[in-house]
Design a protein around this ligand. Structure first.
Ligand code: FES
Length: 84
């Protein structure tokens, strides 16, 4: 069994398996929406799941525009989604 880590998602503590893709962790919370588009406020979530479509962009540790589907989670990571 892999190590369990804790990250913060929109200020909430979330436990996950170390190294698991962030997109999978977010999807596993039961909410498929990761962000809303800026202009039309349309929901976006995992679409391609392999770093191509950019639908899963989040902010990690203050760095915006990170693709959740290809980013492994790590302990203490601070994630801001565009969920609203
Ligand atoms: S789901 Fe397509 S880039 Fe992440």
């Amino acid at each position: 069994m892999n190590e369990r880590i804790t990250l913060l998602v929109d200020g909430r503590r979330v436990e996950a398996e170390a190294g698991r893709p962030l997109g999978a962790v977010l999807h596993g919370e039961g909410n498929p929406i990761i962000r809303h588009t800026a202009r039309r406020h349309e929901p976006r979530g995992l679409f391609c799941g392999m770093g191509v479509c950019f639908d899963c962009l989040v902010t990690i540790d203050g760095r915006p525009g990170v693709r959740a589907c290809v980013t492994p989670v790590s302990d203490g990571m601070r994630v801001e989604t565009g969920r609203s």
